[in-house]
Design a protein around this ligand. Structure first.
Ligand code: ADP
Ligand code: ZN
Length: 285
């Protein structure tokens, strides 16, 4: 039996077909342009396969509350052409199978929880630091959700005293995402993150912001593990800097797991999202 997964991102849609054990049968990356052209390519990809169910992890913000009239619609996304787009109904029209929809980071958290760095635990957070910052959380073995999905990238943080940058979030300027996303780094220094690899201060400031966020998540959710993914986290020197700053800021207040097992990279690397989507398809068929 074939299961489908779509990791719908602002730069690319990753589509995959697998069997029940998540063995990948086919996979394709499709550039995100406008909804019509992008989805046409998505449907062409799935056309030869008879799917039993489909799991979607989408960029957002997207309404994932099934009780909402807007369920399945992208809402205030800054991605041009996609604002208010009814993603779920557009896909359902062409691929009429049970569809489980969640956010891209929820799907990645689910993938890492079932098959990656948080396997066997009851709780974890998956945080991506890339073009944007977002997180999904597993709490008591379920994806955390309430009125809508969490938006852990837009929390307030204290500005580093050596930082002159005022942030680039269109809604809050200097929220966590506004100060620490890939584009924030690029705007602050006029260079891409990977071009700044040997600039110590860049990563000290970055680690301070990430550590502050992790302190907040730890205080609010007490997860067993926090997984850090996304393009910016390819700078592996961030991990020890984040752990040191986390230790300083926590100042022995809370006990958390040993930091080397608490703050970790995703085992599934860039596949966390698509694995999560396929897993959701298999489970929620
Ligand atoms: P997206 O968030 O769009 O899904 P990524 O997670 O790859 O994609 O994040 C892209 C962002 O991460 C860009 O701002 C890019 O400059 C930054 N980035 C990608 N690779 C690196 C790297 N090796 N070092 C630092 N920053 C990086
Ligand atoms: Zn913000």
């Amino acid at each position: 039996m074939n299961y489908g997964g779509i990791e719908a991102g602002g730069t690319k849609f990753i589509c995959a077909v697998s069997d029940e054990s998540l063995e990948i049968i086919a996979k394709k990356s499709i550039e995100t342009t406008n909804p019509k052209d992008t989805l046409k390519k998505v449907f062409d990809f799935f056309e030869p396969y008879k799917l039993v169910a489909l799991g979607i992890g989408s960029f957002g913000p997207i309404e994932i509350n099934k009780n909402s009239e807007l369920y399945g619609s992208l809402t205030s996304t800054p991605k041009k052409g996609w604002e208010n787009f009814k993603l779920l109904s557009a896909i359902k029209k062409e691929i009429d199978v049970p569809i489980h929809l969640t956010t891209d980071v929820n799907a990645a958290a689910y993938g890492e929880w079932k098959h990656g760095s948080a396997k066997g635990l009851e709780s974890c957070i998956y945080l991506t630091i890339g073009t944007g910052i977002g997180a999904g959380a597993i709490v008591n073995g379920e994806i955390l959700s309430g009125f809508g999905h969490p938006e852990m990238g837009h929390i307030g943080i204290k500005k580093h005293k050596k930082d002159k940058f005022n942030g680039n979030c269109p809604y809050h300027s200097d929220c966590f995402e506004g100060m620490a996303s890939g584009p924030a780094i690029e705007k602050r220094y006029g260079k891409k993150g990977y071009e700044l690899a040997d600039k110590k201060e860049v990563w000290q400031i970055e680690a301070d912001y990430i550590a502050q966020a992790l302190i907040n998540y730890s205080l609010i959710l007490r997860p067993e593990r926090i997984i850090l993914g996304g393009g910016v986290m390819k700078q592996k020197q961030l991990f020890p800097l984040i752990k040191n700053r986390f230790r300083e800021l926590m100042n022995d207040y809370l006990s958390v797991p040993d930091l080397d097992t608490y703050i970790v990279p995703p085992i599934l690397e860039d596949n966390a999202g698509i694995v999560g989507c396929l897993q959701l398809a298999v489970e929620y068929k």
